[in-house]
Design a protein around this ligand. Structure first.
Ligand SMILES: Cc1ncc(COP(=O)(O)O)c(C=O)c1O
Length: 457
């Protein structure tokens, strides 16, 4: 059975492409472990965890439904506007326990963009309470994606997503990201250069005007850009030197994606705010949160001070019950342990793809990896027309044929990304990397990127 697009507008999609008689729309209707099934019964390995969300895969429906049912039968809804309900309070305590030392407060949201905007508003109110009215600007990084609602969009560093919508709501200075593959520098030399650039930006903007620096522990857009050594400690130092708050956007890297509840803890620095969403419930229900360091939350508790932010559905009892169950499942079924045990094996398998001439770089951490696609052995970049052919005409169809759900992206350079469910076994990871290899071999041939040896065969 093929289901048509009908009336539904697809997000970040060329909607015209799926009109009757054009491309077939992939409609997924069932899941099992790390696999999803379309309406024709075809099975795909979901190597993207449905946009970095499905941490525990798709086989916990019965258990999650039981938690949801118990909650819905008891209390379907209450908000957090001056009242509360037990599940949100319990979840807040659980997250504070899982968070780094000193993170005792949690503000719930319904998703990632809302978490980012809530972090901004909490940062602003912290500065206002301290008499720092002038701190109205943010620093973010090139190509980074922090969401698309208008506040979060200001922080996002992808110009073509922003330009149609006019001046940004938050004045934001973008600085270089941590792309080592496209830099002449690496290691501590790269760290030094990036931190000098950051500090220079702070000085040019006026340190007293900057409220926060926001960065992902491993930047997604651009293709899993890891921080060079000492980078996060350096961000912390710059932030402290100028009284700026440091926000780790962990909407992707949080909730086990890098093998910890909070990925930033891998990189030796403690931020002031942490944004999460996606994996908090393993996507069995929508939910996000901002974790707030005690010292940042402190002014919010002053006599007669109101927290000027609220979202009706944030901390919904149904989502909170599911998030609590998700946390329980993580501990019970060794989800983080699985990521840690498999990380080096996955890295090794992916590294083996470097022998394909179209693969220029392999990078990532935990269960979050990208392969950068290049047009020659010197790492040449595909131009816009070539990216159109490779990433939009060739790869999506070829990936589906290989029954592999992975992401092709060119917000930066051309990359193929994977983020398997955190419960994936050795065999599933093998299946993913084997399928990637087959697709990339064909992609190389399609684009005429072949090694001299292969071409002479
Ligand atoms: C790092 C980061 N921040 C924020 C967001 C926005 O999240 P949402 O799409 O849930 O609004 C995303 C979404 O992918 C993200 O990757």
């Amino acid at each position: 059975m093929q289901v048509a697009q009908g009336s539904t507008l697809l997000h970040f999609s060329r909607n015209g492409a799926y009109q009757p008689g054009a491309a077939e729309l992939l409609v997924l209707e069932r899941g099992e472990g790390p696999y999803v099934f379309d309406t024709a019964g075809r099975r795909y390995v979901d190597a993207l965890s449905s946009l970095f969300c499905a941490q525990i895969g798709y086989s916990y429906g019965t258990e999650m439904a039981r938690a949801a049912r118990e909650q819905l039968e008891r209390l379907a809804f209450n908000n957090l506007w001056g009242t509360a309900h037990p599940r949100a309070l319990e979840l807040g305590e659980n997250l504070a326990d899982l968070a780094p030392e000193g993170f005792g407060k949690v503000f719930f949201t319904s998703g990632g963009s809302e978490s980012v905007e809530a972090a901004w508003k909490i940062a602003r109110q912290y500065h206002l309470a301290n008499g720092d009215q002038r701190r109205r600007k943010a620093i973010a990084r090139d190509i980074a994606y922090h969401g698309v609602t208008l506040g979060a969009l200001s922080l996002t560093g992808v110009e073509r997503f922003k330009e149609p919508f006019g001046p940004p709501a938050i004045e934001t200075r973008h600085v270089s990201n941590t792309n080592a593959f496209r830099s002449e520098l690496s290691g501590v030399g790269l760290t030094r250069a990036l931190l000098e650039e950051l500090e220079q930006a702070v000085l040019e903007e006026g340190p007293e005007t900057i409220a926060m620096i926001i960065a992902e522990p491993v930047q997604n857009a651009g293709g899993c850009l890891e921080p060079p050594p000492g980078y996060w400690a350096g961000l912390r130092e710059v932030a402290d030197r100028y009284g700026i708050l440091l926000v780790a956007d962990e909407v992707i890297t949080g909730c086990g994606r890098l093998g910890q509840w909070f990925g930033v803890t891998r990189f030796g620095a403690t931020p002031d705010l942490i944004t999460i969403a996606k994996g908090l419930t393993s996507a069995y229900a929508p939910m996000g949160a901002v974790l707030v360091a005690d010292r940042v939350a402190e002014p919010l508790y002053e006599d007669k001070r109101t927290l000027l932010h609220g979202i009706t559905f944030a901390g919904h009892p149904l989502s909170a019950a599911i998030a609590l169950k998700n946390i329980e499942i993580f501990a019970r079924d060794g989800v983080l342990e699985n990521v840690r045990a498999q990380e080096s094996g996955l890295a090794e398998r992916l590294e083996s793809l470097r022998e394909l001439p179209i693969v220029g770089d392999v990078r990532g951490a935990g269960f979050f990896w990208a392969v950068e696609l290049v047009k020659d052995e010197k790492g040449g970049r595909f131009d816009a027309d070539e990216r159109e052919r490779l990433l939009r005409e060739f790869m999506p169809a070829r990936l589906l044929e290989a029954r592999l759900i992975a992401r092709v992206d060119d917000r930066g350079d051309a990359v193929l990304q994977i983020a398997p469910p955190l419960i994936s076994t050795d065999a599933v990871l093998d299946e993913i990397v084997d399928a990637m290899r087959a697709v990339l071999e064909d992609a190389g041939r399609f684009m005429g990127v072949e090694s001299a040896v292969a071409a002479s065969r």
